[in-house]
Design a protein around this ligand. Structure first.
Ligand code: NAP
Length: 252
């Protein structure tokens, strides 16, 4: 059964490509009006076009989620142009991988700023509206790397932080009828995993094959595999689920 998001407004960060783009399209197909948010407004043209072609409604907003003033402006624009904010998906992300001894302070700070401060910023602003309307669905993107991944001390710490952040917000916001959950993807084929292959000097098809063969379900994930789970958490069908992190990784 497809989830029904009609009458709802969704704010999806990192929506220009990869997983975020697919989430934006999936929520829009379910009837949500979508604020597609990414660093550069121009980069969102493909997402908005795909949504329009599917008969949905979307606006593009350029915003660096690590900057509170930009998040405030983006949420304000969403409310002004789409009439509210009911679903928030914290998907924007970056990697700055390196072994600890080579990792710079800038690489550490930047990863923390986008993943953790970014989610803090959007949640703080969006929940002003959600608490008032006594309705909200927040879905945060964690990662299998939260369990540890060589070369990703910054990223795995941030993604583990997202799990604690998610369960804490669930405790604080439950009384306002706001559900807060996280999805922890395994290997999903996107520009992010392509850049990881390039960094370790492996052909991207070989990199993908190796990941698939280490996965019980025998394949790597696609953005739609994550978008479907995000849609479940964003829907009223998961109304009694909060504070959870669901690993979506083919059983790896
Ligand atoms: P992606 O293809 O790199 O897309 C991420 C998007 O976020 C990009 O459009 C990027 O813009 C944008 N972004 C980066 N910094 C931002 C900022 N400060 N403000 C707003 N937008 C920003 O990544 P993906 O693979 O789809 O990953 C999406 C999410 O899933 C991330 O949180 C990632 O950590 C998580 N995840 C991915 C995988 C995977 O295997 N792909 C696995 C586990 C978790 P630019 O391109 O301009 O930087």
């Amino acid at each position: 059964m497809a989830h029904d998001f009609s009458g709802k407004v969704a704010f999806v960060t990192g929506a220009a490509q990869g997983i975020g783009k697919e989430i934006a399209i999936t929520l829009a197909k379910g009837g949500a009006a979508v604020a597609a948010v990414d660093l550069k407004e121009d980069s969102l043209a493909g997402t908005v076009e795909a949504i329009n072609l599917a008969g949905g409604k979307a606006i593009a907003i350029g915003c660096d989620v690590s900057k509170m003033d930009q998040v405030e402006a983006a949420v304000q624009k969403t409310v002004d142009e789409l009439g509210g904010i009911h679903i928030l998906v914290n998907n924007a992300g970056i990697i700055r991988d390196n072994l600890l001894f080579k990792m710079t302070e800038e690489d550490w700070d930047m990863v923390m700023a986008v993943h953790l401060r970014g989610a803090f910023n959007t949640c703080k602003v969006a929940t002003k509206y959600m608490t008032e309307q006594k309705y909200g669905k927040i879905v945060n993107l964690s990662s299998r790397s939260a369990l540890g991944n060589r070369g990703q001390a910054n990223y795995s710490a941030a993604k583990a932080g997202i799990i604690g952040f998610t369960s804490t917000l669930a405790l604080e916001l439950g009384k306002f009828n706001i559900n807060v959950n996280a999805v922890a993807p395994g290997y999903i084929e996107t520009p992010m995993t392509d850049s990881t292959a390039a960094r370790v000097g492996v052909d991207k098809e070989d990199f993908k094959k190796a990941a698939a063969s280490a996965t019980p379900l025998g394949r790597v994930g696609q953005p739609i595999d994550i978008a479907n789970v995000v849609a479940f958490f964003a829907s009223d069908e998961s109304g009694f689920v909060t504070g959870q992190t669901l690993h979506v990784n083919g059983g790896r």
